[in-house]
Design a protein. Structure first.
Length: 143
């Protein structure tokens, strides 16, 4: 690989975003829980999602930060960003009457169009990392 740190550089913004949103949700768990109840999702999912979403975000951030796991970590990072992007597209298409943002932290102040731009950017980053990780040549082991 010409640029051995390319995957690290791609992962840093994702690590920051995922860690920030996961920690923000946990720090204001009461508000996140209330926002989640307002989402157009079955109420039976609430007890699971209130812990699963921040845990998945933090887990993906940790895996991306841990070099031996980074090739695998692109899958959950892309899955999360793809899911968030699709959800934002559904919101913008009018599939739901009203949806409060439950992103956590300063991201809650973004409009849904801004959410789509941010999510699309991070989805592209994670897809790029996944592609590069899958096509990365293993390091040569010369005697």
């Amino acid at each position: 690989m010409k640029h051995p740190h390319r995957l690290l550089y791609l992962s840093l913004p994702l690590i920051l975003l995922l860690a920030y949103t996961g920690i923000s949700k946990l720090l204001d768990l009461k508000q996140f829980s209330q926002d989640l109840l307002s989402q157009p999702l079955p109420d039976s999912l609430h007890p699971l999602l209130v812990w699963l979403l921040p845990a998945a975000e933090l887990g993906a951030a940790l895996l991306l930060a841990w070099k031996p796991q980074r090739p695998f970590a692109w899958w959950p990072a892309f899955g999360l960003m793809g899911m968030f992007t699709l959800y934002t597209v559904l919101i913008l298409s009018g599939a739901f009457a009203y949806v409060p943002c439950s992103c956590g932290g300063m991201l809650e102040s973004l409009s849904w169009k801004e959410h789509l731009l941010v999510n699309s950017f991070f989805c592209f980053l994670s897809l790029s990392g996944l592609y590069l990780a899958l096509h990365q040549k293993p390091p040569s082991t010369r005697p």
